[in-house]
Design a protein around this ligand. Structure first.
Ligand code: 8X3
Length: 250
């Protein structure tokens, strides 16, 4: 991992932040992407290796391509892209969900991930090497009540990952996805628009995964030998059997 150039989207919090810390500890140089410049600066000060900050919203197609265009030459040969940016907005049935929530999830989780991938591909193809790791979810494997659009967005990530792996098969580029279950981050607070009480309930009675657990999973996926691709990794808390069944302490 030493001196590898690693792009992480959504690096300003949660899984993205923890992944930046883990990869830096293993010697990687990091391109930290996110919307909140101050948070990215704070993160970069915490890291023991070099980092470069790119501030943009993955939903803004032009901003994505412009941001990567500005990379100095020494940062252009990206080895690993971790497509982490994404969120859930609301937990509602189709009939009552808002279109703004739908747009935010489809534009960010799906189209944003595709834009970033597309922006970085030409160089990876030219170099005939690279690894793209997409953040899917257990919600991309099973649909749960009131999650139709969030689950759609994560099913799309799964489909895009599989398709991209086919398209890049001849180019020696690894394409993988990691699908976490319950992870204790700001995820539920964002989903419930700041309602901390509702967010806390999601993690009640269950030892959820931490952001670092997911970062460790990504690190494992990117450290296996060159001829091995961990194509699909579902990571669940031990107390969670699937999207519906969890053994919660009373
Ligand atoms: C997060 C997993 O099941 O809380 O992507 O939606 S879940």
């Amino acid at each position: 991992m030493k001196n590898k150039i690693v792009v992480i989207t959504g690096a300003s919090s949660g899984i993205g932040w923890a992944t930046a810390e883990s990869f830096s500890k293993h010697g990687a140089k990091l391109i930290l992407c996110g919307r909140r410049k101050e948070k990215l600066k704070e993160l970069s000060l915490n890291l023991s290796t070099q980092s470069h900050i790119l501030t943009f919203d993955v939903r803004d197609r032009k901003a994505v391509f412009d941001a990567f265009e500005t990379l100095p030459d020494e940062w252009k040969n990206v080895d690993i892209l971790i497509n982490n940016a994404g969120n859930a907005h609301g937990l509602d049935p189709v009939q009552t969900a808002t279109l703004d929530d739908w747009d935010a999830m489809i534009d960010g989780n799906v189209k944003g991930l595709m834009y970033v991938t597309k922006a970085l591909l030409p160089k990876m193809i030219k170099n005939q090497k690279g690894h793209i790791v997409n953040l899917g979810s257990i919600a991309g494997k099973e649909v749960y009540p009131n999650g139709s659009v969030y689950c759609s967005s994560k099913f799309a990530v799964d489909a895009f990952t599989q398709g991209l792996r086919i398209d890049l098969n001849k180019d020696g580029i690894k394409v993988s996805a990691i699908h976490p279950g319950l992870v204790h981050t700001e995820f539920s607070e964002v989903r419930f628009k700041g309602n901390q009480e509702r967010a806390a309930k999601v993690y009640e009675g269950i030892e959820a995964l931490t952001a670092k657990d997911v970062a460790d999973g990504i690190l494992y996926m990117t450290q296996v030998p060159k001829h091995v691709n961990v194509a699909d990794l579902v990571l669940l808390p031990t107390r969670q059997a699937n999207a519906y069944i969890s053994n919660r302490k009373k």
